[in-house]
Design a protein around this ligand. Structure first.
Ligand SMILES: [Fe+2]
Length: 195
């Protein structure tokens, strides 16, 4: 059997769950998509966790691991849900590479701000599709899946807040440094001109 996008899927398992098979078929495909994005995000956060460098190493190293762990838990919950509906979870590297549309994570970056920016972009993309899926599955009356997606979506919002809070703090620091530097430069200019 194939999905409209041409991806080969396996026969659905028989189950006594009362959701119609047509609904379960669509939900399984949608959940496999979200699972792939969660796994991709987990690996991207690990990439950041391992490679981040700079003065904020400790807090960022921990933050990126928190995001990796949370995203891994989301993929686990969503994959198990789609199996409960009679589907087959597709979580291999090949399946994730085929399905995930998250931005490709740059392999060469090490600076904390660069990792925050890159990971923020991926969290925001994942969050958008997760939020859209809450409404879609509710429209299909699969409220159990909708509720799981809601929880994952709330987690993603929380991670984006944590990532952006670091960047916003950084911007404030830079602005404060600029303010401190300006009077000094003005003083230097005055003394150079003999004023
Ligand atoms: Fe670690």
């Amino acid at each position: 059997m194939q999905t409209p996008s041409g991806r080969r899927i396996f026969e659905m398992y028989k189950t006594k769950i009362d959701l119609p098979e047509t609904v379960r078929f669509k939900v399984i495909e949608l959940l496999n998509q979200r699972v792939a994005e969660c796994i991709d995000l987990t690996l991207q956060a690990k990439q950041a966790h391992w490679n981040v460098k700079g003065p904020e190493f400790r807090s960022l190293h921990k933050l990126f691991d928190t995001i990796a762990e949370g995203s891994q838990k989301s993929s686990d919950a969503l994959a198990e849900r789609l199996v409960q509906l009679g589907g087959l979870a597709q979580g291999t590297v090949e399946a994730v590479n085929d399905r995930s549309d998250l931005p490709a994570y740059p392999l060469s970056i090490t600076d904390g701000a660069d990792h925050l920016d890159a990971l923020g972009n991926s969290i925001a993309a994942s969050s958008k599709w997760m939020r859209e899926s809450i409404g879609i599955t509710a429209d299909w009356k699969d409220y159990g899946t909708s509720d799981l997606l809601l929880k994952s979506s709330q987690k993603l919002d929380q991670y984006l807040w944590m990532v952006e809070a670091h960047l916003q703090g950084k911007l404030r620091e830079l602005k404060a440094m600029e303010k401190e530097e300006k009077p000094l430069q003005e003083r230097q200019l005055k003394s150079a001109s003999g004023g």
